[in-house]
Design a binder for this molecule. Structure first.
Ligand code: SF4
Length: 360
């Protein structure tokens, strides 16, 4: 039974310079897209009561509240379901937020990225810091009590001082959750062809990451996932479902899903999706070995790390014996917990290279 769903809204008014996500600036197909999305959902969704639903993008706040309501009406929900929408700070106003609250959406995630206006301009965001601060305060005033913001570190021209200033502003906002992203310039984004000046190097990025971990923990945020921090009781249930390696629906262009056996992804091309929203582009049935590797990879993203007893029972292995060499080799980067192992901050920083050793 699948109890969590992601809906991708792949439209943006403009393309940010660092962005390589699937998003389209021609918004003329939104109506058509919503029709296809509805068809896809009705076809695959088995009417389970959902624990979480997440509208991600792209820019879901380009949809009207009525359009969002129509999508929500396709699902049924548990009483305490977490329903999140990603919002661009300057697309919406007080009336939009008030109406959004009435739909049942109870968690907001704002793409703030930084509070430095010069940098916002360099990276091609449409909002400024004042708009971001105002909209977060407004969201709280209209009644939202579960608000997250995204911030990026390693941005062009971003000094440690500027990043510290971002963190200070953030923790004084009425928010409960922060997500971070270390800038990577990937193929397909505007910066890739035109590398900006004054890009912090990997050492600077690592310093920023270490600083933010320490700073947020000091300010009562729980470091519950490699890049996510929350006040007590405000972990993102939706994202934890991914990291707990559980199943979820993925609807819309380029969305990914997992039914517990098969991982699938939808078409990346909007035209192809609009022609046939029922066909997954990639479907792969996971072997037991792949499932185990995913359990380890995803589990180690969490602050609490992996649960060794569960893994041993689920996969019929002795984790500590099987991986004793890795646990010894990187013992400075692991913490032995009550349930298994987790990374310390230094471990998180080099987690990709450590985790690659768990793949046989
Ligand atoms: S970063 Fe987000 S808002 Fe900017 S273009 Fe990409 S998907 Fe759209």
């Amino acid at each position: 039974m699948i109890k969590n769903a992601y809906i991708h809204i792949p439209f943006c008014k403009s393309k940010c310079n660092y962005c390589s996500f699937t998003s389209f600036v021609d918004v003329s197909d939104i109506e058509k897209y919503l029709v296809c999305l509805e068809k896809e959902i009705t076809f695959f969704y088995q009417n389970e009561k959902l624990n979480t639903l997440y509208f991600g993008g792209g820019t879901p706040s380009l949809l009207s509240v009525n359009q969002i309501k129509q999508l929500l009406n396709l699902f049924s929900f548990e009483n305490d379901a977490e329903i999140t929408i990603e919002l661009n700070p300057n697309d919406i106003d007080e009336l939009y937020l008030k109406n959004l609250l009435k739909t049942g959406i109870n968690r907001l995630s704002f793409g703030v990225q930084t509070f430095n206006d010069d940098i916002l301009n360099i990276i091609g965001r449409r909002h400024d810091s004042k708009e971001a601060i105002n909209i977060v305060n407004l969201a709280k005033d209209v009644g939202f009590d579960n608000i997250s913001i995204d911030l990026i570190y390693g941005l062009p021209n971003q000094s440690m001082e500027s990043f510290k200033n971002d963190l200070e502003i953030a923790i004084n906002l009425p928010i409960q959750h922060l997500s971070f992203y270390g800038l990577k310039i990937e193929e397909g984004c505007k910066f890739y062809k035109n590398i900006p000046d004054n890009l912090p190097d990997s050492d600077n990025q690592a310093d920023m990451y270490e600083f933010l971990c320490e700073y947020l923990e000091k300010n009562s945020y729980e470091h519950y996932e490699i890049s996510n921090f929350s006040k007590r009781g405000y972990n993102s249930k939706h994202n934890l479902n991914y990291w707990n390696n559980n199943s979820y629906y993925g609807f819309g262009v380029s969305a990914h899903g997992y039914d517990g056996y098969i991982r699938y992804s939808n078409k990346n091309n909007l035209k192809d999706y609009l022609e046939n929203p029922f066909e997954h582009e990639v479907c792969s049935r996971l072997s037991k070995k792949e499932k185990l590797e995913e359990e380890i990879f995803l589990g180690f993203r969490k602050g609490e790390g992996i649960n060794v007893k569960n893994i041993n029972e689920k996969f019929g292995i002795n984790f500590e014996k099987k991986h004793s060499d890795i646990l010894l080799k990187y013992s400075d980067y692991f913490i032995k917990t009550n349930i298994g192992y987790s990374f310390n901050t230094k471990g998180f920083l080099i987690s990709n290279s450590i985790l690659s050793e768990f793949i046989e």
